[in-house]
Design a protein around this ligand. Structure first.
Ligand code: SF4
Length: 349
């Protein structure tokens, strides 16, 4: 079964696989690494322009390592999951300092780098160096869970372990780079989440989920969970030049390192932080933002102040902050909440 699985996948890849993605051209470990991290939780079509801009600004490890955090986050603005960008930056500095700008090429070394798990390490070394390693990203998990009709949510460790065993079992003895790309493509283009194109699939003869007549029953979905609801107040302090006070968030946590409006647990603490009498206060429509573990309900308070320096002194004294004019160029990364609020404000003004 092993040989025919890999052989079927490879022969399908030869006529239907993707070969024109930007990271497939000159696939160095660095280029593949950046693409793999961007593609986590993000669609190929969304990633392509980000990837091209990123490569233009940071064509190699050294240029990324030497860049400022703000510049790196700026290139990530809109892609979400900013920990990925911070880890990329940190890892580039580590490779610059410990590996003299050469991306390591053993699985153990690559897996030990920040932000790189077993599957990503395998994908980098397979796609860039043609080494034989299994991968298990979301697409591959779906194909294998269906092909073997594996019961159980892949987030559970026993299910995960079984999937890794299948991934290893099906590895070809040659053309590993092509096989890895083929498995990703198969999951992304044929064995899709809700409408698998089984009639076109090279695995249709032995696919157990198809034999059962219920391909989409696999993989077993994540058990339902109730998301926590969090409420916060954000201050939109506007000075008499029409500029807004932005502060840089702490490096860790949500929107870590990005610029945003100052946030408080409630209205009383937000207003108490001002050390001047506001000229006007108005409450704007609450913004709802979904995160993987909770939903944030952010109530914006628009506060007009006269005295620029003292009005925000106590708030902004806590962190690094600046005045920003909505609609103008900004060199740092903006949190998605700040982007949405600024857009609303610009439309209102
Ligand atoms: S036959 Fe259908 S369900 Fe099975 S692997 Fe192919 S596309 Fe997926």
């Amino acid at each position: 079964m092993t040989a025919s699985f890999a052989a079927s996948v490879l022969s399908w890849f030869d006529h239907s696989g993707r070969t024109h993605l930007p990271w497939q051209q000159n696939p160095t470990p660095y280029r593949v690494w950046i693409s793999e991290i961007m593609l986590q939780q993000t669609q190929v079509t969304t990633v392509i322009p980000y990837y091209q801009r990123f490569m233009q600004s940071f064509p190699d490890i050294k240029s990324l390592a030497d860049a400022s955090t703000d510049a790196v986050l700026k290139h990530w603005e809109g892609l979400g999951y900013y920990t990925r960008a911070r880890n990329l930056h940190k890892t580039a500095q580590l490779i610059r300092d410990q590996y003299a700008n050469e991306f390591p090429t053993t699985l153990a070394e690559v897996e030990a780098l920040p932000g790189i798990g077993r599957s990503t390490a395998g994908a980098i070394l397979s796609l860039a160096c043609n080494q034989t390693h299994p991968i298990l990203d979301g697409n591959v998990k779906r194909v294998l869970a269906r092909y073997h009709a594996l019961e159980g949510y892949p987030g559970q460790s026993a299910v995960q372990k079984q999937l890794w065993a299948y991934a290893e079992q099906h590895l070809p003895t040659q053309r590993n780079a092509a096989y890895t790309q083929a498995m990703m493509d198969l999951g992304a283009t044929l064995c899709t989440r809700s409408q698998p194109a089984c009639l076109l699939c090279p695995l249709q003869t032995d696919c157990q989920a198809l034999k059962q007549g219920k391909p989409t029953a696999y993989p077993t979905p994540r058990p339902a969970k109730v998301l926590a609801q969090k409420h916060a107040v954000t201050l939109l302090i506007r000075n008499n030049k029409g500029e807004f006070a932005l502060e840089q968030r702490p490096p860790t946590g949500i929107w870590g390192g990005l610029w945003s409006f100052p946030e408080f647990p409630d209205q009383a603490s937000a207003l108490a932080s001002l050390n001047t009498q506001p000229l006007a206060i108005s409450t704007l429509a609450t913004l709802t933002h979904g995160f993987s573990h909770f939903t944030l309900h952010l109530t914006p308070l628009l506060v007009d102040v006269q005295d620029l320096q003292t009005a925000t002194h106590r708030i902004m004294d806590r962190d690094s902050w600046l005045w920003y004019k909505a609609g103008t160029e900004f060199s740092g990364g903006l949190s998605s909440a700040a982007q949405r609020l600024l857009k609303n404000l610009t439309e209102e003004i």
